[in-house]
Design a protein around this ligand. Sequence first.
Ligand SMILES: [Zn+2]
Length: 155
Amino acid sequence: MYDVYVSNDVLTKAEAHFTQQARRGLEAMGLLAGEPRTHEGKPYTFVEEYFTAQNNASSVSVRFSDAAFTELVKQFHENKSKVIVGWMHSHPGYGCFMSHTDLATQEKYFPEPFHVALVADPTKTEKGRMLFRAYKASGKNYRETSYAIVERRMQ
Ligand SMILES: [Zn+2]
């Protein structure tokens, strides 16, 4: 049993976005949709979709504009996804961790226990995929959380 299950499609989509942005030396980010679930009383997060809009990015930061938020809300409704379960962003070339800004973002926008932050470094690989880690935050602290990659929607 893992804390987070990530659909393979999510990683493929995010990887394409992150790699494209990394070639221009930029960070990238998107939102994660899916479902908070429980198995025998233990909660876990199922991440089913990655979706994004225009990023305002630099090599060390990324955010959404107001227009991008409008676009994200539209996409979210079109996808008929149930819940925003977190966010995913890239650290091109500088590895996976939660910066102070990342923690502030997590605290402000993703305060629920099922909310997850996935951080990837698209310039590094692990087991044939871009390197990424899953984190959950509690206040000013964060912990790395276990994850598994799943092929398709779990029943
Ligand atoms: Zn970051």
